[in-house]
Design a protein around this ligand. Structure first.
Ligand SMILES: [Zn+2]
Ligand SMILES: [Zn+2]
Ligand SMILES: [Zn+2]
Ligand SMILES: [Zn+2]
Length: 383
């Protein structure tokens, strides 16, 4: 077996998508060159909308179905899938056109008032106006906080409940969000270098000192000048003039330890804060209904899962561990498209050697954003 060379629906799909991407990229460039020309800009915006829609349709309409076996799903995604099964998503509401509005009087927290324009269909506070420009404002109707569109409310409630599934999961699995602590520590120590660690002393700077354990008990002690450790005791008779020695610094070791502990506490708090922010970010995304399947890899760590390693092995075995481009031994499994990340169809994946894999990505990077090489382009290129 090997990567299927003929009758591959991906081949055509990628070319069709590429055509749309080219039109879109042209439109972006034209906008860039005609920033002040409104008519041209709006034409280009239309092209961008149409091509995005077409790309979505092509992807959805393609006859490449997601694999149905061993689909990777994180624990949270499974919970969300179950929630959505029992609570189908309501139609996402169209933005309100704010057609009917009225100037109203709105109470501030401190019970002073201001004049605002309220949309009578969605209830939004659209803008403020100075009282001086609002004759008779004392008699304006009061801002009505209860106005909302049924569809907005339905969708908001659905999102909130779905968000609650996430919050509960995160409460019980605080580290779930894909927070890379190691990476964080690396960044943090760039600006906050780790001070001397007090526990293991192998510092080269030591000095002979006189240590007074009690008025009658004097010792000559080698003290580390970096961390303050008592390195070893020296027989008094080997030292010529013990009175010339400086006193052992009884505080240095504790100071070093305290400085390190304080640094470590700061690091711990900063890392906790960054982790919570990450969780918050995901929670926000979910409560807005913005989380899609494609987010699964940023969610969990797909490439570290048993699931990905099984998939990878299966593809390498299918391709007999041979680079499908140059036929040398393969080391990588490349995603031809990422659309089904986490639940790839086997057609989405191809085995390559490091050299060809680098070549594919280097070529794609020189092309427009989102450019993917087709299977036959990959197989027939020499990198
Ligand atoms: Zn409105
Ligand atoms: Zn030391
Ligand atoms: Zn190769
Ligand atoms: Zn790749």
């Amino acid at each position: 077996m090997a990567y299927p060379r003929n009758d591959n629906p991906l081949e055509e799909l990628i070319l069709e998508i590429r055509e749309q991407q080219a039109l879109q990229s042209q439109a972006y460039k034209t906008i860039e060159l005609n920033r002040t020309h409104l008519a041209i800009r709006s034409d280009c915006q239309k092209v961008i909308e149409q091509t995005s829609k077409k790309i979505r349709e092509l992807k959805l309409g393609s006859n490449i179905s997601p694999r149905e076996y061993d689909v990777y799903m994180g624990e949270l995604e499974t919970k969300l899938a179950i929630y959505e099964l029992h609570n189908p998503a309501p139609q996402k509401p169209q933005p309100c056109a704010h057609n009917i509005t009225e100037w109203r009087l709105r109470y501030n927290r401190d019970s002073s008032t201001r004049v605002v324009e309220q949309c009578l269909s969605c209830g939004r506070n659209l803008r403020d106006r100075r009282k001086a420009d609002s004759p008779g404002w004392e008699h304006y109707p009061i801002f009505d906080k209860s106005i909302q569109r049924v569809e907005d409310n339905e969708y908001r409630v659905w999102c909130e409940k779905r968000g609650e599934v996430v919050s509960e999961h995160l409460r019980n699995n605080r580290t779930y969000a894909n927070f890379n602590r190691e990476e964080f520590v690396k960044e943090y120590t760039k600006t906050n270098p780790e001070p001397t660690y007090p526990e293991y002393c192998d510092h080269p700077q030591t000095e002979l000192t006189l240590r007074k354990f009690s008025p009658s008990n004097l010792s000559v002690v080698e003290q580390c000048q970096v961390c303050g450790k008592h390195v070893r005791s020296i027989p008094k008779k080997t030292v010529l003039d013990i009175n010339s020695l400086s006193a052992f610094d009884e505080n240095l070791e504790e100071q070093t330890r305290n400085i390190w502990i304080q640094w470590n506490n700061r690091l711990h708090n900063a890392s906790k804060k960054a982790n919570l922010e990450k969780i918050e970010e995901i929670r926000r995304k979910i409560s807005l209904g913005e989380v899609t399947d494609e987010d699964s890899s940023t969610f969990g760590t797909y490439y570290n899962t048993e699931e990905w390693s099984k998939t990878r092995d299966r593809i390498l075995n299918r391709d007999e561990w041979q680079c499908q481009s140059c036929h040398k031994p393969a080391q990588c499994v490349h995603h031809i498209v990422y659309d089904r990340l986490g639940r790839e169809n086997d057609l989405d994946l191809i085995s390559l050697c490091h050299n060809c894999h680098d070549g594919v990505h280097a070529y794609q990077d020189t092309q427009m954003y989102g450019y993917r090489m087709t299977p036959s382009e990959i197989m027939h290129s020499r990198f």
